[in-house]
Design a binder for this molecule. Structure first.
Ligand code: ZN
Length: 238
């Protein structure tokens, strides 16, 4: 997609510094070993290297590097409506959170994830808006904010890892200018359009307790909300 390639050029600026702290440089591999254990890549150098996961409290921890796939919360979980707090210090805990978010996002798979989706109310977002076999471009965004949006609007189908198996078209500004901190605490300013701009706006919404269904008609939103509330009730009974 043309827009996507032009926007990815703009955001690559933060990728090299990411690499020192993020455990994800190579595309995630999912494979089965002879015992049938799920193996996924969380490796720094060798894409052939695999690492085993152990089940811990419903999450899988990479026993070599400590990356963990965390459970994603979904509707009607009230935490999705919480307003996340700014990160005050980018310490080891925040870096670890980012690593887990990338693991969780790629495993889902998704193109973006907000920390609140794994139950952490901090203004932290991970995005990788590359598609298919393109080289991965993981971007971690701390305290992201929009500084400008275009009047020109675009329509794109959106889905959400917290609202599984539902997608609908959402109208949003086509282009954005945004600011965030990278994991080194440096301010990064980006100008983006295409998929990155779309994902950025979707994830920023999450940090403010807003879901993409809030951009749909009340009728559609109520229908989805009721469906998930009913499913949760059924699960509670079973
Ligand atoms: Zn979402």
């Amino acid at each position: 997609m043309e827009e996507a390639s032009s926007s990815s050029t703009t955001v690559t600026g933060c990728a090299p510094s990411m690499k020192t702290t993020s455990c994800i440089e190579t595309p995630i591999r999912n494979d089965q070993n002879e015992e049938g254990t799920l193996i996924a890549g969380c490796n720094q150098a060798d894409s052939q290297t695999t690492a085993f996961f152990r089940e811990i409290d419903g999450a899988r921890r990479n026993t070599y590097l400590g990356c963990m796939i965390r459970p994603i919360i979904s509707l009607p979980d009230k935490r999705l409506r919480a307003v996340s707090k700014p990160v005050e210090k980018i310490d080891l805990e925040v870096k670890k959170l980012v690593e887990d978010m990338f693991e969780t996002m790629y495993d889902a798979p998704g193109v973006g994830l907000a920390a609140i989706q794994i139950g952490v109310p901090l203004r932290v977002v991970t995005i990788d808006a590359t598609r298919g076999d393109d080289e991965k471009q993981p971007v971690a965004l701390i305290n992201p904010e929009l500084t400008w949006t275009s009047e020109e609007k675009g329509t794109m189908e959106e889905g959400c890892l917290s609202i599984p198996e539902f997608a609908d078209e959402v109208v949003r500004p086509e282009k954005i200018k945004a600011r965030f901190l990278n994991l080194e605490g440096q301010t990064v300013e980006v100008e983006a359009d295409g998929l990155f701009a779309r994902v950025f706006q979707h994830e920023l919404d999450h940090l403010n307790g807003v879901l993409f269904i809030d951009h749909l008609s009340k009728l559609k939103r109520d229908r989805v909300t009721k469906k998930f509330a009913k499913a949760a009730k059924r699960e509670a009974v079973e």
